[in-house]
Write a protein that binds this ligand. Sequence first.
Ligand code: PMV
Length: 327
Amino acid sequence: MGVVASAPAKVILFGEHFVVYGEPAIVLAIDTRAYAKIENRDDERLCLHSSNLNLSAYFEDGTFKVEQGNTREARMKFEPIRLAAERVLEMYGKHVGLNIEINSTVPVAAGLGSSAAVVAAVTAAAATLLSVKISKQDIFQITFEAEKIVHGTPSGIDPAISTFGGALLFQMDTGFKPLDVKMDIPLVIGDTGVERLTRVQVEKVRQVREKYPQVVEPMMFAAREIVLRAIDAIKKNDMNTLGDLMNINHALLYGLGVSDESLEWLINAARKAGAFGAKLTGAGGGGCMIALANDERLEQVLEAMKRAGGRTFTARKTDEGVRIEGA
Ligand code: PMV
């Protein structure tokens, strides 16, 4: 018998990079989910398998053994999952073996929070399987701790959104505030397929800011204004304004040097095909972009982005954070 849990991926709708310097960002949980199935074992092994990454490995008595795939990759992907499973086992009070099966269609290393979604799902599934009482706050804390292995000093956006779902306004000094979003925000997501490291892109922005402080300061101010106006547009269900703000936000990110050719192709294709607006999402330098379109145009925007070379899918906001799918 096993337990399956899932957790959502995310997109940053506005404010990436500027958020590092204290400005606000708007983040949405999307209906693309990572799934984890966990079963008991008779021995003490922690066995992990990811079907989409073709990786299998196990941890036992301090040893790590890879059965399928590249050792370095398996270690990098599985270490945060192991940490989460260990935390749940500590709460359970004794060490038992588990089979952990990951199934996720969330693009990896593309800024959609795939690792946090996987870890949140694993934490919830393991706790349910072992009948450990766990709150969403606990799941968030464990996922946050695990994310630190992946990202060093993450903002906590990804663990928060995959645990709680919905929409969040995030700011460094005040943390997360849930945003009440009634508006349907239909998005087409385009994955350039170009993997990048968030840390490298953040460093790029740091250098530009250091070299041209008087130029970048007003851009920070503009980014804050964009978020404030976006909150207003969301309240008024105003797709046109939201699209314009996405375009302006992207222009700022482009100016900071975090767009690239692969993103520009997809963004231009989306706009030409009738999207209200399009921008990169997350750290940039590859990874994903998002386009906002109404239902009539969604399909043609998706097709245009696909023709421009993107791996594309549609996504909508979801209020469902981490959840148990079934036992
Ligand atoms: O790692 P990603 O692609 O989800 O995006 C990171 C967002 C940044 O603002 C660039 C960095 C951060 O820590 O907020």
